[in-house]
Ligand binder design. Sequence first.
Ligand code: AGP
Length: 608
Amino acid sequence: MCGIVGYIGCKEAVKVLLDGIKRLEYRGYDSSGMAFIQNGILHCEKAVGKIAELEKRLNGNNFHTSLGIVHTRWATHGAPTTENAHPHVDCNNEIAVVHNGIIENYDYLKSKLEQEGHIFKSETDTEVLAHLIEKYFHGDLETAVMEALREVEGTYGIAVISQKNPRKIVAARKGSPLMIGIGNQEYFITSDVSASLEHTRDVVYLDDNEIAILTPDRYETKTIQNIRTHKKVEEILWNLDMIEKGGYEHFMLKEIHEQPQSLRNVMRGRVESNNDSVRLGGLIHCEQDLRQARRIIIVACGTSWHAGLVGEYMLEEFARIPVEVEYASEFRYRNPVIEKDTIVIAISQSGETADTLAAIREARQKGAKILSICNVVGSTIAREADGGIYLHIGPEIGVASTKAFTAQIAVLYLFTSYMRSLRCPSSPLDSNMIKDIQSIPEKIQTILNMEEHIIELAKLYKDSEHTLYLGRGYNYPVALEGALKLKEISYIHAEGYPAAEMKHGPIALINKDMPVVFIATRDNVYGKILNNIEEVKSRKGKVIAIATEGDDQIAEKVNHVLYIPKTTDVLTPLLSVIPLQLLAYHMAVMRGCDVDKPRNLAKSVTVE
Ligand code: AGP
C-alpha cells in the first residue's frame, strides 16, 4: 500500500532515496517524507501530496548524507496531513520510523505509552512504533526494534534509523513486502525491487517476523527472536526500460500497447506450434494433485477476480472440473468448506494483496493444495504457494491493471489445456486450441491500430455520469472489467452485469443519458444479446457495441460499433477487453484525471 526505501552507502542518499521512492509512487501517493542523519543529527522532511512536493522541500537545502529512509503514503489511519505523513519520530526526535501496514493494537499501546509520558503528534497507528522503540532503546537500535515488535499485533514493513546509531538501518517485515537490495558498497531496503533496480539486481526477500540490519559494509538478517537467518540472494530479471514509460504519456497506455508482446511472453517456452501440449514447469511437482483434484477454488481481488471468472468458465467447459471463484476478502472469514483434493488457486498480479494472501493461508490450514498465478517474481503469494505459474510480462506499474488481466486469462487458458491433458488424456483438446491462442497477439495489434475510432467515441461520452457494461458468457467478466477500468481511472460511476440480469433491476437506470456498452460478439449467445440491445434501445439508451468484424447486422441496431477480429468464444475476452481499456483510458485523460495514480487507489493492497 505504502512504499518504503532505505539507503546506506557511498552515494548521496537524498538523491538515491528520492529517485527510488518515485518508482514506488504507484503504491500510495497522498503524502510523503524522508529522514536522514547529517552531522550526527536526525533530519525529517514531510509533505502532503505527490512526491514532487517533498522534492521541492528538499531541493535548495544542501543536505549531504549517506544514510536515510523515505516513505510514500496511502493513508489508513489519519488523513493525509504533514503530521500524519511518515517518518514518525520519538519524543526526543532521535529515532525515525517509516511503516507499510496496520498496527492493530495501536490504541492499546498508545494509551499505555501516554501513561508512561510519551507525547504523540499524529493520529497514525505507526507513531506507536517510534515511541515503543524509544522505550526499549538502551544504546542498540536492533535490540530496541526487536523488543518493540514483540508487543505489536498487525502487519508491518518498517525501516528505522536513530541518531544514536548513525551508521545503521534496521528493517523488519510481517505481512507487508520488504526486500534488501545488495549493491557494490551500498545496501537498499525497499517494498518493491523497482526502487533499487537502477543500482542492483541482487535482492534478498525478507520473510515474516524477520529483521535486517544494514551497516555501510554488511547486512545481517535475524528473526525478531534474535536468531540469525541465512538468506538466498536472488537475481531480478527485469531491466530499467521495463519500468520507464518508453515515450508513452502514461504507464497504463504503454501497458495496453504492450499486450501483443506480453501475451507472446506468456506463451514462450510453454506452447510449441508443432505440438498441442502445454508445459507448465511450475506445476510438474503438483501433477498428481491436479489429476486427482475434485474441486478448484479461485481466490482473488479486483481485476484478478474478473480473470478468475473467465478461468471458471474455461475450466468447467474444457477440463470438466467444478470451479468456484471467491472474493478473497470474503473467503478468508466465512469458514469455507474445504474437502480433501481441493485445489485453491490464488490469482494476484502483485502477489502481495493482503486478502488473497490471508485466503491461501486459511485454505492451507484447512488442508487445500495452493497454486498461484502471479506476475511479481519472488512475491509472498508466489513463495508461499505449493506450485505456480508466473505471467512473465514484466512490471505492471499503472494502478489500473491491463496487461496483467489478459495475461492471467491466457495463463488460465494454458492451465485449462494442461488440466485437460492430465485428466482426460484419451480425449485431448482440439489441437486448434493452441493455434487459436497463438494468433491472439496479432489480433490485439489490429484492435490497437484502431485507437483513433475509440478516441472519437471517448470524446462523445467523456462527460457521462453513469455507464452500464453488459455481456454474456465469457464476456460477462469482461463487462465487469470494463466497468472497473472506467470507475477507477475516470471516476465515472459504472456497473457491469450479465446482460440478462438487466431486466431484474438495472434496466430502471436506462434513459437517453445512459451509455450502455454491450460486448456483443458472434458467439453462442449472440441472439440473446441482440434481444437485450433491443430492450435498451426501446428505452432510449445509447448503445455502444463491441462486435465481431464482418457483423453488419448489428451496426443498424446500435449507436456505435467497435469491431474486433473473430476468434473462438473462449478466447474472446482477450480481444473484447482491449477497446474497453482504451475507452476508459481516453475518457479519463480527456477528463484530466491522473490515469497512472487514480485518487484513493494503490497498485498493491497490502492491508486488509
Ligand atoms: C485493478 O485495476 C486494480 N488495480 C485492483 O482491482 C487489483 O486488480 C486488485 O487490487 C488485485 O491486485 P493483485 O492482482 O495484485 O492481487
